[in-house]
Design a protein around this ligand. Structure first.
Ligand SMILES: Nc1ncnc2c1ncn2[C@@H]1O[C@H](COP(=O)(O)OP(=O)(O)OP(=O)(O)O)[C@@H](O)[C@H]1O
Ligand SMILES: [Mg+2]
Length: 528
């Protein structure tokens, strides 16, 4: 097969806080052949996004060779002009929230299609052609779910019909159905002789979709697995995934979680007939009642966009509850000030991590938020605080050149780790249990960190915390939860005891199919 793209001896460094050098790409050579899907894997911070960014921003050294010719690419538009469409990972940088889908696409594609109406028409056609589902071109970006934004980003990369498509974590927020659609799209593109680079933390997906796989670690290429090796992995994907994980981290990754049977504790959180609107004023949580006990993980399963986001946001009062009640430790906290709720020992890992971080502030400062509230007494022991935050950086292996580096400079996954580390390490008020609300807590995290975070969630459960886990990842829900509630169109349509639930039973409920066995334990869960 012909090589369409070669990135040769690429070096890209960043200056860290205190002047230290971060070698994000250290002499990387990467090739892409015509008609192949090439997966790019590596831990959070391995340098994957940086490598891709060299196609729209000059590397420090090294060459980019496109169809045999050396090129210099300075901007995303440059890349597009050369037939390279890139769906970037950090959507907060590439999509303008206040603008519509059409405006976002127009701004990039100016010069190739001129009028807004022509763009809208092109978007509608492309959505059908690429089977990317429904999206209204006139919808503003801020109104979209994470998954929808990812689809806009993919569309933006595809709409100029590039020869090379680069997808940086395109599936992290997609439902299984959307992932299937994207994969058949990739197959179609491949059949047309196009080439695709895909970055993902889902190793099974990588094995399934790709022809070759390159693994990065610490800014260097560890290995490129050729077609023969990837083909062999397709036959034994689980074994393959373990091999890949080992290549990524350089040691064996622990796959088995330790999960003890526990006596359930007192009720920590209970909602009653809770009703919540979405950003457009439409009621998307319709009379939801449930409770979560100490020593218990209640998993809320469901296809993203069925009210889960609004539900959890209303509990922490990031969003108004329009009806019903929320009880914490038996007291009504509905629409109470955010700080008050937080101070009563409510931790929140939101899917939108940007909202939980102050990007321009240091890693340490971000980890310290709420330390004051959690520490009794008038005086804050600075030394202890620094010791604690430095300990968290180590324990959660947050890759940062220094505790003083701004969070903005961290890779996507490492930013997420900052939020998780902070929220999972909070102290509940004396004599009470912590309530941890985790919304897709492992999305964007590499395999090893995902396992680590899941183990930490289980440890919190053992320590007595009540955990409300919202996840669109069925595996995550199944492996962690004690009880599983499935949300569909704003309602909890079924509650299952996790020990007897199957992927099929939960999957059917997620699709809105209510069967005979779906209400096991519902009374136990709902009667307050
Ligand atoms: N603009 C920047 N300024 C400073 N450091 C940066 C910048 N961009 C990336 N880095 C650093 O370069 C390294 C590689 O980051 P990169 O975003 O390429 O990782 P990644 O493999 O894409 O990780 P993830 O899976 O978390 O997305 C990280 O240590 C990151 O902190
Ligand atoms: Mg990245």
């Amino acid at each position: 097969m012909v090589t369409v793209l070669k990135m040769q001896n690429i070096c890209k460094s960043f200056v860290g806080e205190g002047g230290g050098e971060i070698r994000a790409n250290d002499n990387i050579t990467f090739t892409l052949k015509r008609g192949e899907v090439h997966a790019l894997l590596g831990e959070n911070g391995a340098g994957k996004s940086t490598l891709v960014m060299n196609l729209c921003r000059e590397p420090d050294s090294g060459t980019v060779i496109l169809n045999g010719e050396k090129v210099e690419l300075h901007s995303p538009r440059d890349a597009l002009k050369h037939g390279i469409g890139i769906a970037y990972q950090d959507l907060s940088r590439t999509l303008v929230e206040r603008h519509t889908i059409a405006e976002n696409i127009l701004s990039l594609a100016t010069g190739f299609l001129l009028s807004p109406s022509a763009i809208e028409e092109a978007i509608r056609e492309a959505l059908v052609e690429y089977d990317l589902g429904e999206l209204d071109p006139q919808m503003s970006i801020w109104k979209l779910s994470g998954g929808e934004k990812q689809r806009v980003e993919i569309l933006k990369a595809l709409i100029t019909n590039p020869d090379i498509l680069i997808l940086d974590e395109p599936t992290s927020m997609q439902t299984p159905l959307e992932v299937e659609r994207l994969f058949s799209l990739i197959e179609t593109l491949k059949a047309q002789g196009k080439s695709v680079v895909i970055i993902t933390h889902h190793l099974g997906e990588a094995i399934r979709i790709s022809n070759r796989i390159t693994v990065l670690r610490g800014g260097k290429v560890v290995d490129t697995l050729d077609e023969v090796r990837v083909e062999a992995m397709k036959k034994e994907p689980e074994k393959g995934a373990r091999e890949l994980a080992q290549l990524m981290v350089g040691r064996e990754v622990l796959y088995d979680l330790e999960r003890k049977g526990l006596q359930e504790g007192p009720i920590v959180l209970a909602t009653q007939d809770l009703r919540v609107n979405n950003d457009m004023g439409v009621q998307v949580v319709n009379s939801v009642s449930f409770k979560v006990r100490g020593n218990q993980i209640l998993g809320i399963a469901g296809v993203a966009g069925n009210g889960q986001r609004e539900l959890v946001e209303s509990i922490v009062h990031w969003r108004e509850a329009t009806g019903g009640n929320i009880h914490l430790h038996g007291e009504v906290i509905t629409n109470k000030p955010i700080k008050e709720i937080r101070d009563r020992g409510v931790s929140f890992v939101p899917e939108n991590r940007k909202k939980a971080l102050i990007l321009n502030m240091s890693v340490r400062a971000n980890l310290m938020i709420s330390y004051y509230a959690d520490t009794p007494g008038l005086f804050v022991d600075r030394e202890a605080m620094i010791k604690k935050t430095d300990g968290l950086i180590k324990r959660f292996s947050i890759e940062t050149p220094s505790p003083l580096a701004p969070v903005r400079s961290l890779s996507g996954g490492n930013r997420q780790k900052v939020v998780v580390a902070r929220e999972l390490s909070r102290q509940p008020p004396k004599g009470e249990q912590l309530l941890l609300i985790a919304e897709n807590p492992t999305f964007g995290l590499d395999v090893a960190t995902t396992q680590f975070v899941r183990q930490e969630l289980l440890k919190m459960r053992t320590a007595g915390a009540a955990v409300l886990l919202v996840s669109s990842d069925l595996t995550e829900i199944m492996t962690l939860s004690d009880m599983i509630a499935v949300m569909y169109k704003g309602k909890i349509i079924g509650v299952l005891d996790a020990s007897s639930a199957t992927r099929e039973s939960v999957g059917l409920l997620m699709g809105g199919v209510v069967g005979e066995t779906s209400n096991v334990g519902e009374d136990e869960l709902i009667e307050a």
